[in-house]
Design a binder for this molecule. Structure first.
Ligand code: ATP
Length: 417
């Protein structure tokens, strides 16, 4: 079932994602994350970062600049190769990737198509204030280049030894020709990359390790891990021995790349600096994934309909809020007081992402929390005032149980492990 349209509407309605610059008519392929979206995206990024840097040995992070020296993109090959041959319809002037159209007819109006021309998809920018002295450069077309640029800095300023990794989460910019498809193909997006530096003789072993480890990690987050699969590329870059994608229902989410000594070799050559370490130019296994694509696929995958209920069956670690707290009736001060106490305790002392809701009736509040994927709702009712227990309602089963207020912390902390 394709639920993309419903998910896109939900994203806007509930504050996950908005079209960029919308009050001015929007900008194609540019999006802003709203209050719930930023919480969920931050949760995802924190999980990735801690999996990389805490659960693995020998991985350190950087946060590189978006604007880099123009020579970077010559060395990386993007100035020459980051081009898409495009063809234009002579009648309706729609443009298409030459690879996407068969024959010479426009898929939209059957008009005649021009010969393909090359368009570079790097986003140019200028630095400097005086005309004639401005430097033309590019917003980074892929985040990983700043890892190569800082390879020597990291090696010299930390205690790493081969094999080791450098990770980064950061923005990348591409003048994509066929943007659209919501967050799938944007012109400004975020990538999470690992560059793993190793000795050539250990390359095969590490490639296999990272390929499988990344798949396991994604599977642990998705509601339906069977929707994820490997795709093996047949057309390879000249330095690559193999390349795989991790795909969600046939759409790329992350690439696992055999980069050999190509990147450090090229930057060594173009900069004139020695980028060797421990006597060799290390080889690289790269895992390069899209934060926004993962975000989108997680929403598509968790969107669930069960009779009248619509809920996001998100892994609680990713949900924007973990717990919602309600007083059964908003006009009973004794219930509100007790519910506020619990709300503040969970939020401020337990540091759980907790939200308060006292609008409408309880059914509407459950509905609203289901729709944004909140895994547990706590309701304070009259019995609470007598015996210090509350109801805890589980999002996925819609089942309620009665628990002592004093056990809530350990109950949620245990569930989130
Ligand atoms: P595609 O073939 O879909 O254009 P790619 O092979 O060019 O992707 P890479 O350059 O390997 O992608 O980038 C690594 C990851 O960055 C991709 O797996 C994807 O998740 C993400 N990504 C790439 N382009 C975009 C984009 N335009 N919008 C959102 N995410 C993107």
């Amino acid at each position: 079932m394709d639920n993309t349209e419903e998910v896109v509407a939900l994203c806007k309605r509930r504050g996950f994602v908005y079209p960029g610059s919308e009050i001015y008519g929007g900008l194609g392929g540019i999006y802003d994350y709203g209050p719930l979206g930023v919480e969920m995206k931050n949760n995802l990024k924190k999980l990735w970062w801690s999996w990389m840097t805490v659960e693995h040995e020998n991985i350190v992070g950087i946060d590189g600049a978006i604007i880099t020296h123009p020579r970077v993109w010559e060395a990386s090959g993007h100035i020459k190769s980051f081009v898409d041959p495009l063809t234009e319809c002579k009648k309706c002037h729609h443009r298409f990737k030459a690879d996407d159209v068969d024959g010479k007819k426009c898929p939209d109006c059957q008009g005649e198509l021009t010969e393909p021309k090359n368009f570079n998809i790097l986003v140019p920018t200028e630095l400097g204030v005086i005309e004639g002295e401005k430097i033309k450069t590019y917003l980074r077309g892929e985040a990983c280049q700043t890892i190569y640029l800082n390879f020597k800095n990291v090696a010299n300023s930390t205690r790493v030894k081969l094999p080791f990794g450098i990770v980064q989460i950061g923005k990348a910019f591409r003048n994509e020709v066929t943007f659209g498809n919501f967050l799938f193909r944007q012109r400004e997006f975020e990538q999470w990359d690992l560059q793993w530096f190793t000795k050539p003789e250990e390359m095969d072993q590490w490639f296999e390790y990272w390929k499988n480890a990344r798949m396991d990690w994604y599977q642990s987050l998705f509601t339906h891990p069977e929707n994820l699969q490997f795709y093996q590329h047949e057309k390879l870059a000249h330095y690559a021995k193999k390349a795989f994608d991790i795909r969600y229902r046939d759409r790329e989410m992350e690439g696992i790349h055999w980069r050999q000594d190509w990147d450090l070799g090229r930057h060594g050559q173009f900069s004139g600096q020695d980028l060797s370490f421990e006597g060799i130019v290390p080889w690289i296994v790269e895992t390069s994934g899209g934060v926004d694509r993962t975000f989108l696929f997680l929403l598509l995958d968790s969107y669930t309909k069960d009779g009248d209920r619509v809920f996001l069956k998100l892994n609680p670690k990713i949900s924007p809020y973990k717990v919602a707290v309600f007083p059964l009736l908003a006009n009973k001060p004794e219930l509100v007081r007790k519910a506020q106490e619990i709300y503040k305790h969970l939020k401020l002392e337990c540091k759980l992402a907790t939200v308060w809701d006292d609008r409408g009736n309880i059914g509407k509040r459950y509905y609203a929390q289901d729709e944004i994927g909140t895994p547990w709702c706590v309701t304070v009712d009259f019995q609470t005032l007598e015996d210090q227990t509350v109801t805890v309602r589980d999002r996925d089963s819609a089942v309620q149980e009665r628990l002592p207020v004093a056990s809530l912390d350990s109950y949620f902390i245990e569930k989130l492990k």
